[in-house]
Design a protein around this ligand. Structure first.
Ligand SMILES: O=C(O)CCC(=O)C(=O)O
Ligand SMILES: [Fe+2]
Length: 515
C-alpha cells in the first residue's frame, strides 16, 4: 500500500523575514469564514479534537471517524473572491502528472505566484489560519509554504495513500468545483485501518463542493484517496497543501508476507510440445531470442501458446487473483506448464539465465552450453528422479547450490485494478525475471491502463512499458534498482465508444523467476 506521495516541487521553507514590496502590496485581502475568527469556537474545536468527538458550529464540522477531519463550508467569505481565485488558478500552466499512484494535472508552483487572489489566500492560510489551527491542535505549525493547485478531469485519480512525509502535519484541500454529485466520481474517500495499520475499507466519501475546505492531521492512519473522476466534462479544481510541524510518532510499518516461491515441478518437455508454439522450441531460434534478450533484457514472444483461449476464465480486488483450487482445467494446465522443469530450461535458453542446472552461468564453459541444448533436443532434459539435481551438479563443481525458484499468479484486470511500486513482490530489490502472458485482451486499448511500467527505483524515470497483448509472452529481466507497477485501469475500459463492444477485462499469468 502506498504510504506517501512524492514531495511536490513547490514545497519550501521561506524563513526570510517578509519585506513590504510592490508585489505583496498587490495581495487581495481575504476574509475567512466566521468560525475561524471566533475564540469560543476555537476552544470548542480544540476540546472535541483532543477527545476525538464530533463538533459542529455554523459552517464548521469536525468528525473523528475514521480519523479526525474538519470541513469548512463557505471557507472564503466573499463569493467574488472565490470566483476570482478560480479564474486565476485556471489561467495557470498545468502539467500532466502520472505514476503508479496518480494521474492528474498540477499547476506551476504557487509559492511565489503574485496573482492578487492566489497571493491573498496563501497569506491568509499560512498566516491567520495556521495560527488558528496550531492553537486548535496545541502544536507549533511552521511558516513553511507548501501549496499547489490540482485539476482532476475524466479518469484522473489519486489512489489510496496516507500523505506521510517528513514535516507534513496537517493536510488541507480547498475545492473550487462546479455543482458536483457522487456519481461524478472524484470523491475524497477516507479509509479505516486494520490492526497492522493497513488501509481497510472506505467508510466516508466527501463529495467536493464549491468553496469547501477539508483538513486532516497526517498520521499513520490518515489513508485516503481521490476516486476516479467519472464526469466527462466537469473539472475538479482544488488548492491543496500541508501545514508543516512536528510529525506524529509512527510505529514501524508492517511487513507483508511474501508470496511463496517454489522450485520447478518435475515435468518433461512433453508439456512444452503440447502447449507451446513449435517455433519457440527450435534451438537456433532460441539462440536468436537469447541474443536479443541479452542485449535489451526484455522481449515479447507473440503467439506463444498453440491455443488461444476464449475468455473462459472464472471471475476470480486492486486486481483479482484466482484461487488456485478453482482454476478451470486449461488454466491449471498452463499454470503447471509455467512451473515445469522443461519450462525453466526453455527460459534459460531464451534468456541465458541460470534457471536450470543444465544451463550454465555465463562464466561457465561454452561446451556445457552446447550440451544443454543437445540434451534438450534429444529429449534428455526430463525431470525424472534419477537425474542429478541442480544441487548435485553445483556441488560437483564446488559452488554453492542454489535452486531456481518461481512464484506466480493468475490475475484478472478490470476497472479499478492497479499495483503500486512499493507493494508486494515487485518492491523487493533483487534480480528477477518477470514473465507476463496475457489473454482475452483483444481490443484492449492502452488508454484504459492495465499496462506494466518499469521505473528506476525512487525516480519517476520510465524505463519500459509493456502493453498487454494476447498470447504474447513478455519477459523482462530487472535488476535491484528497477521497480514495476500496473497502471490503474480506468473508466474508459467500461465505456463503449460508437456502440461497438470493447474489451472490458483481461487475464494474465504473472510469474517471477529467480536464479
Ligand atoms: O483533492 C483531494 O481531495 C485530496 C488530495 C490529496 O489527497 C493529496 O493531494 O494528497
Ligand atoms: Fe493526500
Amino acid at each position: 500500500m502506498a504510504t506517501k506521495r512524492p514531495k511536490d516541487e513547490c514545497s519550501s521553507t521561506d524563513k526570510k523575514k517578509k519585506k513590504k514590496s510592490d508585489k505583496e502590496s498587490r495581495e487581495e485581502p481575504v476574509e475567512l469564514c466566521a468560525a475561524v475568527e471566533n475564540d469560543q469556537v476555537k476552544r470548542a474545536v480544540a476540546e472535541a479534537w483532543s477527545r476525538r468527538t464530533t463538533y459542529s458550529h455554523g459552517d464548521l464540522e469536525l468528525d473523528c471517524h475514521p480519523f479526525p477531519h474538519c470541513i469548512f463550508t463557505n471557507f472564503i467569505s466573499s463569493q467574488a473572491f472565490a470566483e476570482n481565485l478560480q479564474k486565476e488558478l485556471l489561467e495557470l500552466n498545468f502539467h500532466e502528472k502520472s505514476n503508479d499512484l496518480y494521474k492528474f494535472k498540477q499547476s506551476d508552483d504557487l509559492k511565489k505566484r503574485t496573482e492578487p487572489h492566489i497571493a491573498g489566500l496563501r497569506a491568509a492560510l499560512f498566516g491567520r489560519f495556521r495560527s488558528w489551527l496550531g492553537e486548535v491542535l496545541g502544536v507549533e505549525l511552521e511558516p513553511t509554504v507548501d501549496i499547489s493547485c490540482a485539476k482532476y478531469e475524466y479518469t484522473d485519480v489519486l489512489l489510496c495513500h496516507d500523505d506521510e512525509l517528513e514535516g507534513r502535519r496537517v493536510a488541507f484541500i480547498l475545492y473550487l468545483v462546479p455543482p458536483w454529485q457522487s456519481s461524478d466520481g472524484g470523491t475524497l474517500d477516507l479509509y479505516t485501518t486494520d490492526s497492522y495499520l493497513q488501509p481497510q475499507s472506505i467508510v466516508k466519501s466527501l463529495v467536493p463542493s464549491w468553496n469547501t475546505l477539508v483538513l486532516f492531521e497526517v498520521s499513520p492512519v490518515s489513508f485516503h484517496q481521490v476516486s476516479e473522476v467519472l464526469s466527462q466534462d466537469k473539472c475538479r479544481l482544488s488548492l491543496s497543501g500541508w501545514f508543516h510541524g512536528p510529525s506524529l510518532e509512527r510505529p514501524p510499518r508492517h511487513a507483508v508476507a511474501p508470496i511463496q516461491r517454489n522450485p520447478h515441478l518435475p515435468r518433461d518437455e512433453t508439456v512444452l510440445l503440447e502447449w507451446i508454439n513449435p517455433i519457440y522450441l527450435d534451438i537456433s531460434y532460441q539462440e536468436q531470442i537469447q541474443e536479443e534478450f541479452e542485449d535489451s533484457s526484455e522481449i515479447q514472444l507473440k503467439g506463444f501458446l498453440k491455443v488461444t483461449y476464449k475468455n473462459s476464465f472464472p471471475p476470480t480486488q486492486c486486481y483479482e487473483a484466482a484461487a488456485l483450487d478453482s482454476l478451470p482445467q486449461c488454466v491449471s494446465a498452463c499454470w503447471e506448464l509455467l512451473h515445469s522443469e522443461a519450462f525453466f530450461l526453455l527460459l534459460s535458453n531464451f534468456t541465458g539465465l541460470r534457471l536450470h542446472y543444465l544451463c550454465p552461468a555465463d562464466d561457465e564453459e561454452d561446451d556445457d552450453e552446447e550440451k544443454v541444448k543437445k540434451q534438450q533436443d534429444d529429449g534428455e532434459a526430463t525431470g525424472s528422479s534419477n537425474e542429478p539435481s541442480s544441487a548435485d551438479a553445483s556441488r560437483e563443481k564446488g559452488v554453492q547450490p542454489s535452486t531456481p525458484l518461481c512464484c506466480g499468479e493468475v490475475r484478472r484486470w478490470s476497472r479499478g485494478g492497479y499495483t503500486l511500486l512499493h507493494d508486494g513482490e515487485a518492491a523487493r530489490a533483487e534480480y528477477a525475471l518477470d514473465l507476463v502472458l496475457p489473454f482475452g485482451c483483444t481490443g484492449w486499448q492502452s488508454e484504459f491502463g492495465g499496462f506494466t511500467c518499469y521505473v528506476a527505483n525512487e525516480e519517476d524515470e520510465e524505463l519500459l512499458t509493456v502493453y498487454p497483448e494476447d498470447n504474447s509472452l513478455a519477459l523482462v529481466y530487472r535488476d535491484k534498482e528497477t521497480l514495476k507497477f500496473v497502471k490503474h485501469v480506468n473508466h474508459k475500459s467500461t465505456s463503449e465508444p460508437d456502440g461497438s463492444s470493447t474489451c472490458r477485462e483481461f487475464y494474465d499469468f504473472s510469474f517471477v523467476y529467480y536464479e
